[in-house]
Design a protein around this ligand. Structure first.
Ligand code: SF4
Ligand code: SF4
Length: 295
């Protein structure tokens, strides 16, 4: 126990130092990369609500089988949110223009250009990669859930029911993308409603679609500017607020907006996370020791 206490203080001190130098690191996490970012264009006017994307995501991430099968339309009876076992969900909305043709819209991590989750994460468990995906390293996570509070899109979810809980969210099939493949969801989409590519090119495609079909599209690309811009871009036939999107996100990146507040609250920002990090380290260590039967 004496050793554990000493180690806790050492870690707490180290974490405090890391925080003192945190301005640079946080800026790094939020900086826009030189490498051209990947993106995804979700054209809800093409989506037929087949949920092939959900099924492919489930398989690619080895997520538990859902209670209601992927072929059932029963899930559309209520608006669903992402969950630890569902990184992407398709929801159905009424279509005021064509009532017989409902609008289907996906929700998943939007992989913000300057992600608030990564900025809020004091141990760098969430990280914006130069290729675009915002990835998660569960071994670093201390379970503080700052990422959940900070995400403007309410995406990261916590495994409250698990004995070893982690934060879960879409990571843009980062491993597949690194191998030169596209994410499982866009590969599975039979309608081309989910399009993978370079964000810049997808922006161009989206603009062209709006320009060529002004009757079909609402003249706005959601994700172009929201929260400083996101890797996921959305097209819709109706204003986005009518199909479950937040209309009050603004165009400033969240790290920009929150850093002033965080620096102004040193007790929350420095002492509490340091304490949690120490506790997390100790609990992981003691779990490991139990597992190996050491004293
Ligand atoms: S949508 Fe939320 S979880 Fe995803 S990158 Fe942005 S802030 Fe992070
Ligand atoms: S796979 Fe494509 S068409 Fe099917 S629900 Fe997903 S986005 Fe829509």
């Amino acid at each position: 126990m004496g050793i554990q206490r000493r180690e806790f203080l050492k870690i707490a001190g180290a974490a405090g130092c890391a925080l003192a130098a945190g301005g640079t690191r946080r800026a790094g996490a939020a900086a826009v990369s030189d490498v051209e970012l990947n993106g995804m264009l979700l054209d809800s006017t093409k989506c037929i609500g087949c949920r092939a994307c959900e099924e492919a995501c489930n398989a690619a991430n080895a997520l538990p089988k859902p209670e209601v099968s992927f072929s059932s339309e029963q899930v559309f009876d209520r608006t669903r949110d992402t969950a630890p076992g569902a990184f992407t969900v398709v929801n159905r909305f009424a279509n005021p223009k064509e009532p017989e043709k409902p609008i289907f819209v996906r929700k998943q991590c939007n992989h913000c250009n300057q992600p608030a989750c990564a900025t809020a994460c004091l141990v760098k468990a969430l990280e914006k990669t130069p290729e675009g995906p915002v990835i998660y390293n569960k071994d670093r996570c201390m379970g503080c859930r700052y990422c959940m509070v900070s995400c403007p899109f309410d995406v990261p979810k916590y495994e409250y029911d698990s004995a070893m809980p982690y934060v879960r969210k879409c990571v843009f099939c980062h491993e597949r993308v690194k191998r030169g493949e596209q994410p499982a969801c866009s590969e599975a989409c039979p309608e081309g409603a989910t399009l993978f590519g370079k964000r810049r090119e997808l922006m161009e495609i989206a603009r062209q679609r709006i320009y060529r079909n002004p009757d079909r599209y609402h003249p706005r690309i959601y994700g172009e500017h929201e929260a400083g811009g996101t890797a996921w871009l959305f097209l819709s036939s109706v204003p986005f607020e009518q199909v479950g999107f937040r209309g009050d996100i603004g165009t400033k990146s969240y790290p920009e907006m929150t850093s002033g507040f965080l620096y102004a609250v040193p007790h929350i920002f420095i002492l509490w996370p340091t304490f949690l990090f120490g506790l997390s380290y100790l609990s992981k260590r003691s779990t490991k020791e139990d597992g190996h039967g050491e004293e």
